[in-house]
Design a protein around this ligand. Structure first.
Ligand SMILES: NC(=O)c1ccc[n+]([C@@H]2O[C@H](COP(=O)([O-])OP(=O)(O)OC[C@H]3O[C@@H](n4cnc5c(N)ncnc54)[C@H](O)[C@@H]3O)[C@@H](O)[C@H]2O)c1
Length: 282
């Protein structure tokens, strides 16, 4: 069924989504604001494909063939003939609104407009278009070429046909989907990790267990690939604090209230891997 995909935003997620779709035979336009940004995106895709080829996971010829299906552009009009558009710009509502207002004018009437937002309600993004039934969340995980999951998120008005289209697309490009029926704060995956991290930090904060032992318990007891505190270090303590705060603001549910330790780590700049120190030292 490979068709035409437009990806808006050639950063970490947009370039990953463009890559896996092009590998599956889709014709992809990859849009960012300037040539330097699209070049960074395409260079990243080339590097990733070359690594797969070196490891024998794809044929060497597939590198150029895949890149040949990706057209970098700075012109949003390139989305005019896309069957599906995936927006992966900065996580800021005003920027997403600007993109969706423009896409609403540019895109075919039967195009599906998807957002890769990790937390903004799909309904809020869809509201600026004249076609909220065609807007849906496709929450891919990083790094996109490696991670199998795509969390599909329905907005208040997302139609069954729209959901069916993105489900078929995500499965065709090798992802396994889960469907979130209402675009609650944090969707489902962020809610689960936020609840686990908040409880884990509370247990460490109160001296019940060390960070290392807590992660070991989750790995060996539950078969998690990584414990919640190592996950916090990888994702960024600031990112998880922000997520927990947003979910708490929306639900007033105590279990999401960020513990003092997490807040103080962020204030002190111990954000995890990106600053060299979090629950562990790097
Ligand atoms: N990084 C992650 O692990 C992750 C995981 C899941 C979802 N997300 C979500 O995916 C989206 C993108 O995140 P990212 O990590 O790829 O960000 P990023 O900062 O790597 O890339 C964003 C890109 O969007 C571009 N951009 C900004 N405004 C634009 C516009 N109007 N038109 C075209 N391009 C524009 C920027 O120049 C940048 O290249 C966000 O909504 C984020 O919340 C991120």
């Amino acid at each position: 069924m490979a068709g035409r995909l437009a990806v808006v935003g050639a950063g970490l997620m947009g370039s990953g989504i463009a890559q896996v779709a092009a590998q599956a035979g889709w014709q992809v336009t990859l849009r960012d604001l300037d040539d330097a940004a699209t070049k960074r995106g395409v260079d990243g895709i080339r590097k990733s494909l070359e690594k797969f080829a070196e490891k024998g996971k794809i044929e060497a010829a597939e590198v150029e063939a895949t890149l040949g299906r990706i057209t970098p552009t700075t012109d949003l009009e390139a989305a005019a003939d896309a069957d599906i558009v995936v927006e992966a710009v900065f996580e800021r509502i005003e920027i997403k609104h600007e993109v969706f207002r423009a896409l609403d004018k540019i895109c075919k009437s039967d195009a599906v407009l998807a957002t890769n937002t990790s937390a903004i309600p799909v309904t809020q993004i869809a509201a600026v278009t004249e076609r909220p039934e065609s807007v849906v969340g496709t929450h891919f995980f990083s790094p996109v070429p490696m991670m199998k999951l795509c969390e599909l998120v329905r907005g208040y008005k997302t139609s069954d046909a729209t959901l069916a289209t993105v489900r078929a697309f995500a499965e065709e490009i090798g992802k396994t989907v889960v469907v979130v029926n209402r675009d609650i704060a944090g969707f489902v995956t962020t809610r689960l990790i936020a609840a686990l991290v908040v409880e884990a930090v509370k247990l460490v904060e109160s001296g019940v267990i060390s960070a290392e032992d807590l992660d070991t318990a989750c790995k060996l007891g539950f078969g998690h690939a990584m414990g919640p505190l190592a996950t916090t270090d990888l994702t960024g303590a600031d990112v998880l604090l922000h997520a927990a705060k947003n979910i708490y603001a929306d639900t007033a549910d105590e279990k999401f209230f960020p513990p003092e330790l997490l807040q103080r780590m962020v204030t002190a700049g111990d954000l995890g891997r990106k600053t060299g120190k979090g629950f562990y030292t790097y």
